[in-house]
Design a protein around this ligand. Structure first.
Ligand SMILES: CC(C)(COP(=O)(O)OP(=O)(O)OC[C@H]1O[C@@H](n2cnc3c(N)ncnc32)[C@H](O)[C@@H]1OP(=O)(O)O)[C@@H](O)C(=O)NCCC(=O)NCCS
Length: 154
């Protein structure tokens, strides 16, 4: 698989790629993501770092993160094109992000995962993330988010 992970900024992400990757799949559907929300991702994250997964010339996934959150970093959003899931791209993006963090002083990564998103919870658990909190009714009434954390050993 000719996959490249590129370090970039959200302004290099095209709205149509975000739409293809996010619209119509969970947990984004339940949260009511639409074309407007996809455009907002670019506008609201101009200052944030991003890792882009490129397969040949196609953007097939991305991870947006913040470098200041509690005592570490925060993964705001990771998403892989539904047609390219379960072939290792999510893991490659996470490894690239974790390798960056390992070079920094603060070696902790936080993220949130929706209570019904069992697949993502399993994905993070396998990578060593632990649930450290529960944000009840966080973005939508009746749906909670788990706060997860990985502390990297040096
Ligand atoms: C969660 C998500 C980011 C994972 O990305 P992914 O690319 O599908 O993940 P990977 O392929 O790296 O790993 C997932 C599974 O595929 C398996 N896998 C990895 N490489 C593989 C390969 N070469 N061949 C077959 N299977 C493989 C992994 O073992 C893993 O197995 P698991 O389901 O038992 O955990 C992705 O499913 C996604 O975008 N989901 C929707 C958005 C979302 O939930 N984001 C997280 C919100 S917090």
């Amino acid at each position: 698989m000719k996959l490249k992970i590129l370090r970039s900024h959200t302004r290099h992400l095209r709205v149509r790629d975000i739409e293809r990757i996010m619209l119509g799949s969970e947990p984004f559907r339940t949260y009511g993501f639409d074309k407007k929300s996809c455009r907002k991702i670019i506008n609201n994250n101009r200052k944030n770092e991003i890792l882009i997964a490129k397969l040949k010339n196609d953007i097939v996934g991305f991870a947006i993160y913040e470098t200041t959150f509690l005592n570490g970093y925060y993964l705001k959003l990771i998403a892989i094109d539904p047609s390219q899931r379960s072939i290792g791209i999510g893991n490659k993006l996470m490894t690239a992000l974790e390798n960056e963090i390992l070079k920094k002083k603060k070696k902790v990564l936080y993220l949130c995962v929706t209570d019904f998103n069992r697949r993502a919870q399993k994905f993070y658990k396998k990578r060593g993330y632990k649930k450290v909190g529960r944000l009840t009714n966080y973005a939508k009434k009746g749906i909670d988010e788990f706060l997860m954390r990985k502390v990297f050993k040096t």
